[in-house]
Design a protein around this ligand. Sequence first.
Ligand code: CO
Ligand code: CO
Length: 306
Amino acid sequence: MGFETSDDAGVFKINDSVALIQTLDFLTPVTDSPYEFGQIAAANSLSDVYAMGGKPLTAMNIVCFPSEDLDENILSETLQGGIDKINEAGATLVGGHSVDDKEFKYGLSVTGLVHPEKFLVNKGAEKGDALILTKPVGTGILATAVKAGLADEKSTREMVETMSMLNRYAAEIMVDFRISACTDVTGFGLAGHLLEMAKGSKKNIVLFTEKVPVISSAKEFALMGMVPAGAYKNKKFCAPGVSVNPEIDKILLDLMFDPQTSGGLILSMRPGDASSCIDIMKDKGIRAEIIGEVRDNDHCGTLTII
Ligand code: CO
Ligand code: CO
């Protein structure tokens, strides 16, 4: 598979029944707890395999650590968080590499397996499809509030739980449905990843802002100015392909562009399937909602935010 639609991972066909999915990602700390940071970074790295419709097989640690400034325990707790998520994903840690660096960074290189005819891509969304999002947005805003020392215990918990949750559970449910396009929400924000899907599919995607699940305190912190610079960068970068209803609440719009770490999956599927899929996901405790639809009124790929 080529690079032209900036998909989540590389796919390499081994034979008629097996293809490899390969991806890597690493982050700077997003919480004060090294163990939780390890869990979040691993869940984030594993996510691209799920977004391609595959199963993670092996993982390798990527570590940049300032050994002169930080205690060794910070590293071992981070790695433990990572191992626990790798195990939860049913994958095996097979190695890794660490270097000395001024700023701490951790992540994984992940190899997964998929049938060469069954992997999912971020293009191919069909006219009339409903779009499902499987996690609430707002983690970028929350992380900014945490860094500023403003987030309370409850908001911090909700952020950590959202980011450390594996997309495995949503992915295991989605395989029973016909998915026409799939990706995960990360640095470009929900709107940015939807625009990618629209462009790849050469369709118009309509995003219903009021339907998007949001971490409860994210709006509050956004009102206090805790919107990360990345959200404005995303908004500016996407502007040529996006039209926005001028009546939309400005804060809600910022949330649509909030860069996410380890965000949910976006699934494009027939509307009838989408409602059954949502019901099953909700039963399993996944905060999934139908947040948009695919229309066919252009051929270049655009996003309409209403
Ligand atoms: Co991705
Ligand atoms: Co990625």
